[in-house]
Design a protein around this ligand. Structure first.
Ligand SMILES: [Zn+2]
Ligand SMILES: [Zn+2]
Length: 366
């Protein structure tokens, strides 16, 4: 868990009034007005469809755009793609790209350090979920020195300058116009404007709060992040958060094809038509090395004797080297060369053997 370090004052910092009003009033309004209107007037298929489209556009613009494109640079995006993410990301009312990416990079860099991680899980569920946004905390002060590369993007500059008008048009004007065109002004605004905003806020916030509390630590034990399959369904695939903290430059969060990660699918599908390109991801052998490191650390803790520990260490080193050999090999691969193919087959056979040996030894320590 996070450590309460020097620099975290016990005195409450001043309120951020606009943030507090939006984040506290909108859930209250949604809880009262949406059921009331649904009971009195009802919502039709058109209104629910616009709600679904808005949920997808705003949620994915945050995960695909704000998070994986700008904060982590896991791939590159065409101008049109970036513009779309900037407009619908602003609609999510999570601040401009510059603010968001700066906070998020600090979260990764100083994760769990209460005085520097803007939403440190060590300061409790409420703080990491939304408490950090309501007050002017020192740990989340505006300093954009870590996002100079992001600020060089003209789309980002434009969104920062016109953030409020874009947010106003997408949140209020467009739902009202759609409602007017449909013949019912308020239904679309209540669903696509209000309810969508509240759900979208809290689904995103869950990644900072629950994804640091609930789930498995498969790829790293050095921070509180967790992999949580259940959460992935609500967060557009961002529930594989322990993996993400280990390989933050990977455009995917769920790495298996069956992992629910719509953000990954959007980025991949968009690459087929040139909207995204240079998608980054690590060698599967590197990923296996990370898992092995966690398994090894856990097995060492369970080992009862020096002899057992030595056996674990030898086996771990051998498997690690076999994986490393394949990582290096892949980097210089020329698939047409027949001798290269033979060499690769040999390395894979060795890896298989070392994996089996590791399974045996780590089972003994279980
Ligand atoms: Zn995190
Ligand atoms: Zn991240």
């Amino acid at each position: 868990m996070g450590r309460r370090e020097q620099g975290v004052s016990d005195q409450k910092p001043p309120l951020r009034l606009a943030n507090s009003l939006i984040l506290l009033l909108t859930p209250f309004l949604a809880l009262v007005a949406v059921p009331w209107y649904g009971y009195r007037v009802g919502f039709d298929l058109f209104e629910w469809s616009i709600f679904a489209v808005y949920m997808a556009l705003t949620g994915l613009s945050i995960t695909v755009g704000y998070h994986r494109l700008w904060a982590h640079k896991t791939y590159k995006g065409h101008f049109v793609f970036r513009l779309c993410c900037a407009i619908w990301g602003a609609c999510a009312l999570q601040n401009s790209i510059i603010h968001w990416t700066s906070d998020h990079r600090n979260h990764h860099r100083f994760v769990d350090r209460d005085e520097r991680d803007p939403y440190s899980a060590g300061r409790g569920f409420w703080f990491s979920h939304m408490g950090w946004i309501l007050r002017r905390h020192e740990s989340a002060k505006d300093d954009f020195s870590n996002v100079k590369d992001v600020m060089a993007d003209p789309v980002v500059q434009w969104q920062h300058k016109y953030y409020l008008p874009i947010a106003g048009v997408t949140n209020v004007v467009i739902p009202l116009l759609l409602g007017y065109w449909h013949g019912n002004l308020w239904g679309t605004l209540l669903l696509a404007g209000l309810l969508r905003l509240v759900l979208n806020h809290h689904f995103t916030f869950l990644i900072n709060s629950l994804a640091h509390i609930w789930g498995r630590q498969t790829y790293g034990l050095d921070n509180t992040s967790r992999d949580n399959y259940f959460l992935a369904f609500f967060t557009y695939g961002e529930g594989f958060h322990n993996y993400h903290h280990r390989f933050q430059w990977d455009y995917r969060n769920g790495i298996k094809w069956w992992h629910f990660d719509p953000s990954k699918w959007v980025i991949r599908l968009s690459s087929w038509v040139g909207l995204t390109y240079r998608l980054k991801y690590p060698s599967p052998y590197k990923v296996e090395q990370a898992r092995l490191q966690v398994d090894y650390d856990r097995a060492l803790q369970r080992a009862l004797s020096d002899g057992e520990r030595q056996g674990l260490q030898d086996c771990y080193q051998a498997l690690r080297s076999a994986l490393e050999a394949l990582v290096t090999f892949q980097q210089h691969l020329n698939k047409k060369d027949i001798t290269v193919k033979k060499e690769q087959a040999k390395l894979k056979a060795d890896l298989k053997h070392q994996r089996r040996a590791w399974r045996e030894v780590s089972k003994l320590a279980a």
